[in-house]
Write a protein that binds this ligand. Structure first.
Ligand code: AMP
Ligand code: GLY
Length: 424
């Protein structure tokens, strides 16, 4: 089978790498891809993730048996609906199901209807009532733009001034366009964060190995939030019983509530959870693989990924096909100077060839480009360096030893990824 992955980041590089190891897969393509993927797939840089017609034509002319859609925007825009209506087997939710990520207000409505544990909230489209609400709430509180905002739409506000500024950015200043014309104001939840993703075939939800992401840009959970500065898997604090409980109290009721609204979910559903003293609560849903969660989960997956994703797309997932290695994976993200605020691109990256790329260390490109034959920076999160080992200290050592060999101007990264895994 030939597989086409849509997207261009570290998540897609990890998916392409893992698919390329499947015995059922003849060839992997990635559109638009990035230069780092060339060893594991054919990079189709001329086909944009937004050009559904070009994607369909590509699937026809390259005998693609499965399309895997990585990023949220094409999901919300209905790429999966379009490909399925043209008889292309496609992994990912349709546009209606992707609204769980595309609208935080819709996700809250579904969670409330399904009695899924989540933070209390109120939502507003008009500035004055939103500002009046902020006079009543306790601090910290959390202000969220309703729609997709590239990870920048959430403000954890320590005080009323910060909260009011965040609300104004959405409802008065148009910072996020349409995505910010509604805001959700949530109670602050305390605890530690956990990413639980589940493969869903329309009926069943089968959890993937747990992972923990590091959102803030600096060591010790300091600084503004990012798309994720590092990750590890497994998460020792998550017992099989806890995972079963999360499936029963989060995934199953959410899928049932969607079904009662005539929406069937097929693809991967990602629950961002806060684990506090009173148990787990959902912070957000994403309707795609996590980034960088995928980079630490895919190396541990045993079984035929292409076959598993195809079964999901067709509504026939056999959970017994999914199993996990015991190894520990630690992913360190190398970011551009200034990220998550503004940063420069086009800077040459050195040392990539010195990193062993295989069993002990994996290198996944995220925001890279090619300038005059040289690999250069082309995004905020540039590279993922993943260490694999039987235990966390060794996996960390392998990841950071590889990090030490790579450099580009302004490069920064966290040095505390997996330094104390939850429950270890
Ligand atoms: P979201 O995109 O909704 O997951 O929010 C991004 C990040 O903001 C989360 O990963 C948390 O670190 C933080 N966050 C979101 N909602 C809350 C909340 N209710 N309480 C505490 N932190 C939150
Ligand atoms: N790692 C966070 C995300 O994928 O949204």
């Amino acid at each position: 089978m030939n597989v086409l992955v849509i997207g261009a980041g570290g998540r897609e590089h990890a998916l392409c790498w893992r698919l390329s190891t499947d015995s059922s897969v003849d060839h992997v393509y990635c559109a638009p891809g990035n230069p780092g993927m060339r060893d594991v797939c054919t990079v189709v840089s001329g086909v944009s993730q937004d050009d559904r017609q070009a994607i369909l034509e590509f699937t026809d002319s390259n005998s693609i048996g499965l399309v895997v859609v990585g990023p949220e925007q094409p999901l919300v825009d209905g790429l999966v609906d379009y490909l399925i209506s043209n008889d292309v087997t496609t992994f990912g939710p349709n546009a209606a199901a992707a609204q769980l990520e595309g609208s935080k207000s819709f996700a809250k409505e579904v969670m409330t209807g399904a009695s899924v544990p989540t933070a209390g909230y109120a939502e507003f489209t008009a500035l004055d009532p939103a500002l009046a609400h902020l006079d009543q709430v306790e601090y910290p509180c959390v202000v969220k733009a309703d729609g997709l905002a590239a990870g920048k739409g959430v403000t954890v506000a320590e005080d009323i001034a910060t909260a009011k500024a965040a609300v104004k950015e959405c409802l008065a200043d148009d910072r996020f366009g349409q995505a910010g014309h509604k805001v959700v104001i949530e109670d602050f939840l305390d605890g530690y964060e956990l990413s639980i993703l589940a493969l869903v075939d329309g009926t069943k939800a089968v959890p993937l190995a747990p992972a923990q992401d590091y959102k803030p840009v600096f060591n010790g959970q300091k600084g503004p939030n990012t798309g994720g500065m590092g990750c590890y898997s497994p998460v020792p604090s998550v017992s099989p019983e806890m995972l079963d409980d999360i499936v029963a109290t989060v995934f199953e009721p959410t899928l049932a509530e969607l079904k009662s609204r005539g929406i069937e979910f097929r693809g991967v559903l990602y629950a961002g959870l806060m684990i506090g003293s009173s148990g787990h609560k959902v912070l957000e849903f994403n309707t795609r693989f996590g980034d960088p969660e995928t980079q630490v989960v895919m190396p541990r997956l045993q079984g035929d990924l292409a076959g598993i994703l195809t079964q999901c797309a067709k509504g026939t997932l056999d959970p017994s096909l999914i199993s996990w290695s015991d190894e520990c994976c630690v992913d360190v993200v190398l970011a551009s100077g200034g990220y998550p605020l503004s940063y420069q691109t086009g800077l040459p990256i050195s040392g990539l060839d010195d990193v062993e790329d295989g069993t002990e260390t994996l290198l996944f490109h995220a925001g890279t480009g090619m300038t005059d034959g040289v690999v250069t920076t082309n995004g905020g999160r540039v590279l993922n360096v993943c260490g694999r080992a039987p235990d966390f200290p060794e996996a960390r050592k392998r990841a950071y030893a590889a990090v030490d060999r790579i450099s580009f101007e302004g490069m920064h990264y966290r040095t505390d990824i997996a330094s104390s895994p939850a429950g270890a």
